[in-house]
Write a protein that binds this ligand. Sequence first.
Ligand SMILES: Nc1ncnc2c1ncn2[C@@H]1O[C@H](COP(=O)(O)OP(=O)(O)OP(=O)(O)O)[C@@H](O)[C@H]1O
Length: 339
Amino acid sequence: MDGDILRVNGLKISYAVGDEKVRAVDDATFSIPGGSIVGLVGESGCGKTTVARGLTRVMTKNASIEGGEAIFDGADLMSMSETEMNRLRWRDIAFVPQSAMNSLDPVYRIEHQLNEVLVQRGGHSRKDARRRAEELFDMVGIEPRRLKDYPHQFSGGMRQRVAIALALALNPKLVIADEPVTALDVIVQRQILDTLKDLQEKLGISVILVTHDISVVAYVCDRIVVMYAGRVVESGDTETVLTKPYHPYTMGLYNAFPDLQSSAGVLTPIEGHPPDLRHPPTGCRFAQRCPFAQDRCTTSGEIALSDVGGGHFAACLRSDEAETLRGDAAKSETWAAMA
Ligand SMILES: Nc1ncnc2c1ncn2[C@@H]1O[C@H](COP(=O)(O)OP(=O)(O)OP(=O)(O)O)[C@@H](O)[C@H]1O
């Protein structure tokens, strides 16, 4: 689509474990429109962090990119040299790793940690760095005088704000934030998400927000990319996908999380566990846990994403029956029968 800042096509990333391979990301395809906030969501272990780290190429030694491309601003991040990639990090693409708020160095004042990015990475003079650090603190809602504080003097929510300030330091076009609000209570979660959304709009940047919590996506994201067992199973405009999901996994995931804005209704878990990614099943990987699975779901080979209308994609053979399936998916007995 025109106006996309990032297009990921058929991305495959695996980890070598002994003489086996964990196929953590297998043929992931999605795009990030410029100036939008996109939620990458799915249960623990479905490959979200692997995608996030793969896109910034900050990966563990046993990880390898086995295929696909990620076109950012016209260039493929997956085939770029390390030098080119290094030039892009922080300046064009900033990554906020999982539990970034706990990884601030306890022995240095926050100011020092911001300076490191601004001076060493961004080439700012000390004086400019000081001014920029104050500006960044102001942007994320922390009083600039607190630049002199140490990480332990900040609450979890404040440390997360510092992590966002760090990510924004060099004016990136894309910020990838891995579970930025996970360890925080719901009120603080909302405040951080409001700040993130506000900054994203004000600065006109794009954000990929990685989360296991679909209510976080519902609260703040323009678009949603749902992953299951290493594959993207559904993507599209958040409101459309959440009100009219086409993939039973999305239907189930939505039932399983409380709303961030209202008190919880009845929550229905998806029974069972995702498959072992060393030996993923053929066909639809969700079939084992899907109340609507048919024989063809496991015998028809990999199920590709297809356009169900208006930039909404789903990988389900029963897409044409989605309305009926949605009705059944809303009943908790449908899922309880899978227990
Ligand atoms: N360094 C590694 N070596 C081997 N396997 C790994 C490694 N890192 C992740 N995995 C495996 O890859 C798969 C995807 O993991 P990943 O962390 O990307 O998922 P996730 O959706 O981000 O989950 P979480 O939210 O728990 O981090 C899982 O099966 C996980 O066990």
